[in-house]
Design a protein around this ligand. Structure first.
Ligand SMILES: O=C(O)CCC(=O)C(=O)O
Ligand SMILES: [Fe+2]
Length: 356
């Protein structure tokens, strides 16, 4: 990594070592964007790279038994890797409550918030972090996030989670689980995996991670990145975004960036690397990025369906049945995940870890 300028070291000390995060820095009333957060020209999202002719599908899932619905889901996972669902049954109040809870947590006084800083938190199942991989990044992401590990065992530490948001996180996850199960069922069926194969489904649903993402307003959002281009490592991600917008998804045909417009009550679903690997590239784990807002603090709440640390995954036997060559080897989830978190966000590079 090239040496950083002296002021960047001071900023890192404040946001990382002193655990104030970007939220703490914005609260000091900074009037310019520090060098540490400025992207080189070629990495910024330029207006002429934003698509004006693509849009990701919005699918009404009020009737899961309608074959048109299931076909649209599998087709969207193949062609776009991203889609929004509406009429999914998760109550609007639950969605609004978890967004409000995110604002409440990040609105806590610095000293209160810091108690949950990674490595210092009362439990390993909840961790407050800034940017993505500060030890590996030359430019930081304009984002803090509070991450909850939510396997049934992790939930035993619920009493140690921040009281201002813990009920809302659990309620959101529990309300979303039937939808997530249904989505997995549909997507696996599209890969010819036998219905209700519990041994298969179980490890897929058991290790969710919920993040409360917080992007404070940024004076010059065009110069910075809320999240840099990356793909998720999950099986699928279910994301709740707020009304500010700012999420962009890569178009597979011309590499432009497609804005994902906020739709009240919708959930954004995307395929992650695990499902791309399991499907031997049938479903696509697509690059996406976030641009912070110039005047509003943005929140989003993803549920990442991860795997248990020791779960091994690779292309599914059903997919290879017809003689298709596997494009990926089998890997252990914890190895894949460690690799992802050891480096900065770098587009689609993580998946090469498993590629044959
Ligand atoms: O905030 C968003 O809209 C997306 C965040 C994201 O991509 C992530 O947390 O992996
Ligand atoms: Fe993501």
């Amino acid at each position: 990594m090239p040496p950083r300028e002296p002021n960047s070291e001071k900023i890192i000390d404040f946001v990382v070592n002193k655990r104030n995060g970007i939220k703490g820095l914005v609260d000091t009333g900074i009037e310019t964007v520090p060098e540490l957060y400025i992207l080189p020209l070629e990495e910024r999202l330029e207006p002429n790279n934003i698509s004006n002719h693509h849009s990701i599908p919005v699918i009404d899932v009020s009737n899961w038994d309608d074959p048109k619905v299931t076909e649209s889901i599998c087709k969207a996972a193949e062609e776009w890797g991203f889609f929004q669902i509406i009429n999914h049954g998760v109550p609007l109040e639950v969605l609004d409550a978890v967004k409000e809870a995110s604002h409440r947590f990040f609105g806590l006084p610095n000293e209160e918030r810091k108690k949950y800083w990674v490595g210092n938190s009362p439990t390993e199942t909840v961790a407050l972090k800034t940017s993505f991989a500060p030890l590996a990044e030359t430019v930081f992401e304009w984002k803090d996030f509070l991450s909850f590990r939510c396997s049934p065992r992790d939930l035993e530490s619920f009493p140690l989670w921040p009281p201002v948001c813990r009920d809302e996180v659990v309620k959101y996850l529990e309300s979303a689980k039937p939808v997530i199960r249904k989505l997995l069922e549909v997507l696996l069926k599209g890969l010819k995996v036998k219905e209700r194969d519990k041994t298969r489904e179980y490890p897929l649903i058991v290790s969710p991670v919920v993040n409360l993402n917080y992007y404070p307003h940024c004076l010059k959002p065009d110069l910075t990145g809320g999240v840099f281009p990356h793909s998720d490592i999950s099986t699928i991600t279910t994301l709740l975004q707020d009304e500010n917008g700012g999420l962009y998804v890569r178009a597979t045909d011309d590499n432009s960036w497609i804005h994902v417009p906020p739709v009240n009550g919708a959930l954004v679903i995307n395929v992650g690397d695990i499902l791309q690997i399991m499907s031997n590239d049938r479903y696509k784990s697509i690059e996406h990025r976030v641009v912070a807002n110039g005047s509003k603090d943005r929140v989003s709440v993803p549920i990442f369906l991860d795997l248990g640390a020791d779960v091994v995954f690779g292309p599914l036997p059903e997919v290879l049945e017809s003689g298709e060559q596997p494009l990926y080897k089998e890997v252990v989830f914890s190895d894949y995940s460690k690799y992802f978190f050891s480096k900065k966000h770098e587009g689609k590079k993580t998946i090469d870890f498993a590629r044959i």
